[in-house]
Design a protein around this ligand. Structure first.
Ligand code: GLN
Length: 190
């Protein structure tokens, strides 16, 4: 059984744990760095990236996590989690793990439409369209050469990406009934 930690400092961790358990994984809430021991993968959920980043530093996650990710620990970052994993964050002077070679912009979709849902094509999930839920979501403004874009909006803006052991999404896969995105991540964990 795969043991997946879900960073539970702030944000939507309960929903991730529920969906991972439904898929047969052992999902545990991670609140302290020592709870990372023995996990096969980690989810960094959506929430408020500045708050999660501050708490990560406060509890000493920064050093241990950067080492684990560098050693190949599979990590899924959604929304704020994506911001915390990005190498470049436009306009942020908060903390980032700088693990995936993408450039992101916080709250990129403007106030009037800061939350929306739309169907996107995600080829690695198969044919049926995927209902993606965006909540004050960040955008992906640029990707490095080693980064695979997993999904884009009709205007061409990438909204999900992968580089090696790191998978990120601007949307909230834990808020839909469709568990394909988490299944994909569990495949990366393998
Ligand atoms: N707007 C949040 C941030 O900048 C992210 C929103 C979310 O995770 N749903 O951190």
């Amino acid at each position: 059984m795969k043991r997946i930690g879900v960073l539970a400092l702030q944000g939507a961790h309960i929903e991730h744990i529920a969906i991972l358990r439904r898929l047969g994984a052992e999902a545990i809430a991670v609140r302290l760095p020592q709870e990372l021991e023995g996990v096969d993968g980690l989810v960094i959920p959506g929430g408020e990236s500045t708050t999660i980043g501050r708490l990560m530093q406060l509890y000493g996650f920064n050093v241990s996590l950067q080492r684990l990710i560098g050693d190949g620990l599979p990590v899924l970052g959604t929304c704020a989690g994506m911001i915390l994993l990005a190498k470049q964050v436009i306009g942020l002077n908060g903390y980032s793990l700088a693990a995936i070679d993408i450039q992101v912009r916080r709250n990129a979709f403007g106030r009037q439409v800061d939350s929306f849902e739309t169907d996107v094509q995600i080829p690695v999930l198969g044919d049926p369209l995927y209902r993606a839920i965006f909540i004050r979501a960040p955008s992906i403004e640029g990707v490095g050469r080693g980064v695979e874009v997993l999904a884009s909006l009709p205007d061409g803006k990438p909204v999900a990406a992968r580089e090696g052991n790191i998978v990120v999404a601007a949307f909230h896969p834990e808020l839909t009934e469709d568990s394909r995105f988490h299944s994909y991540f569990l495949g990366v964990v393998d």
